[in-house]
Write a protein that binds this ligand. Structure first.
Ligand SMILES: [Fe+2]
Length: 180
């Protein structure tokens, strides 16, 4: 008896294409080709967001000067939004049949962020360093919206849109503290 609903997992490669070894079988309607293309992007952004949080916490701890208190609190506010996004990126990897690579070591290896300067930071230097790193991640996530959209995975595009919308706001908050 035929059914209107295809109950078979979609993790089968079309004829002539390589199978996607390592993808967990799923009934998710996103094709295996698209899932295989988006999982590395999601894991890259996972690594970047884990690293971004650690670097912003470093600025939270090490900023000095007359504006210590507002900057200390500002940076903590940015850092607080990031674990939720890392979690959503990692879980999207899982929904697409992949394995998340989200340890601190994974992040240190894969993150594309430059390391924040060590030692104590003036207010302006801390604001610049944090803004530069938020902007990098925000713009990488924004690129991801287009990539996921072109691949036809609107749900991943929507997740990236949600993250970019919040990080755009956080970047505005941080850049608004720049003086001179
Ligand atoms: Fe703190």
């Amino acid at each position: 008896m035929s059914s209107m609903i295809d109950i078979h997992p979609t993790d089968t490669a079309p004829a002539g294409t390589a199978p996607h070894a390592g993808l967990h079988p799923t009934r998710n309607g996103v094709s295996a080709d698209v899932r295989a293309a988006l999982i590395p992007l999601l894991n890259q952004l996972l690594a970047d967001t884990v690293d971004l949080r650690s670097q912003i916490k470093q600025a939270h701890w090490n900023v000095r000067g007359i504006h210590f208190q507002p900057l200390h609190e500002l940076f903590d506010g940015v850092a607080e939004v990031l674990p939720g996004f890392s979690d959503e990126l990692a879980e999207r990897v899982g929904m697409l049949g992949g394995a998340a690579a989200g340890t601190v070591r994974d992040s240190a290896t894969a993150s594309r962020l430059a390391e924040i300067p060590g030692g104590l930071l003036t207010g302006n230097d801390a604001v610049a360093a944090v803004a530069e790193r938020i902007a990098f991640v925000t713009n990488a996530v924004r690129e991801g919206i287009s990539i996921a959209g072109e691949q036809g995975d609107e749900v991943t595009a929507d997740l990236f849109t949600e993250i970019a919308r919040e990080l755009d706001k956080q970047l505005w908050f941080v850049e608004s503290h720049r003086e001179g």
